[in-house]
Ligand binder design. Sequence first.
Ligand SMILES: Cc1cc2nc3c(=O)[nH]c(=O)nc-3n(C[C@H](O)[C@H](O)[C@H](O)COP(=O)(O)OP(=O)(O)OC[C@H]3O[C@@H](n4cnc5c(N)ncnc54)[C@H](O)[C@@H]3O)c2cc1C
Length: 425
Amino acid sequence: MHTIVVGAGIAGVSTAYELALRGAEVTLIDQREGAGLGTSYANGGQLSACEVAPWAGPEVPGLVLKWLGRDDAPFRLRPKMDPEQWLWLMRFLMRCRASARRERIAPNLELALLTRARLAAYEEEFAKAGMILDYGRKDRGILRIFRDAHEFDEAAREAEPIAKMGVGQTKLTPAQCIDLEPALAPAMQRGDIAGGLYAASDGSGDAHLYSVALAEGAKRLGVRFLTEVDVRRLVVEGARVKGVETAAGLVEGDAVVLAAGTGTQALLRPLGHRSYIYPVKGYSVTLPAPEGNAPEVSITDEARKIVVSRLGDRLRAAGQAEVGGYDLTLEEARARSVMDALESLFPQMGPARGGAEYWCGLRPMTPDGSPVLGAVPQFSNLYVNSGHGTLGWTLGAGSGAAVADMVCGSTSQLDLRPFSIRRFQ
Ligand SMILES: Cc1cc2nc3c(=O)[nH]c(=O)nc-3n(C[C@H](O)[C@H](O)[C@H](O)COP(=O)(O)OP(=O)(O)OC[C@H]3O[C@@H](n4cnc5c(N)ncnc54)[C@H](O)[C@@H]3O)c2cc1C
């Protein structure tokens, strides 16, 4: 069976690799020059099973109003004359309830745990073939720090159900946070840390390196990888997708998986389907990490709204959310505000500022914070693996495995019903 996978970000390469492991013939297509050059290029690096709750929650509408009009606000809304944006926003606001947030935790967590297992399996696979799957993985855990004592207590309470499902987070005093990550000492001295929640079993890694390495691994298993090929539309024959139309002609396949991130919606729309995937822009900064002075443990700073990950000899900080369409212009003020937040948390990183690389990317977000996985109704051979939003790295490999199972007709390792596109219809 020949399967076409559109998109070679975390989601697409994981799907292609998983399909190849199951013996399928696969063509992976991307409009860019290589793998992992879209949103998977420079994300926050966190593999964060401890933080799988969706962004939509009861506190969000108030925060949006508070930040309205501020250029450096962590969240910004840029209204467009675009019905897709308004429909997305309406659905997002409808999800800003505690019960709606709770409902998504269990399925997302299962997917995150499957991702952990698949990443470990890929490393073994590579080792068997005499190769190393190297993406700068660090298993030093994730520490969430809080400035506000009330927010800290609240977060600790919210972490309890996640702990019951297998990802425990230890409550730490400010002094214990410093014992764990001495690079936080300046922040503690300023009184910036009321407490921390530490998920020892989480970690971090470079999603771009992963995408490139796994695409190479997929090619070794026989996957054909077409780069700089733009998929213009899906070619449909009755209830089947015959293939994809590209500038170089029609590529035919027995099944098609859409893993095109924020490009997924444009391919689905002409077929009369809405995925409710909409772009939410974020920024990152990557800079050289001075030996012995930069953090090793991945950090989520809940007050500054940034995540920080050590990627080999570099440090990356990421944050910001802007609902403003598909524009990928890098706005200096917003990029710098991520750097400023990083420097205020780790003043010792100030001198490295000159070597900072700024980047922005579009998170493919659904309103409810879970990806869209599985079959598209009315078509017998069309599947989606997209819409991972803030969690594509945390959920990507597991999504690839679950969708590959479905395409191949194997018993899935995961109940895909909570991720079905039907939930929006
Ligand atoms: C600032 C920021 C920080 C983040 N931090 C984290 C984090 O710490 N942890 C985490 O888990 N997640 C994080 N994320 C989210 C994560 O990066 C994304 O969810 C993930 O990269 C999405 O992967 P993807 O493969 O779905 O999309 P992409 O990586 O965008 O891949 C889609 C691919 O499809 C291709 N494509 C699109 N349309 C077409 C077409 N018509 N024809 C051919 N090719 C096409 C694109 O070129 C692209 O390569 C972050 C995101 C941002 C922006």
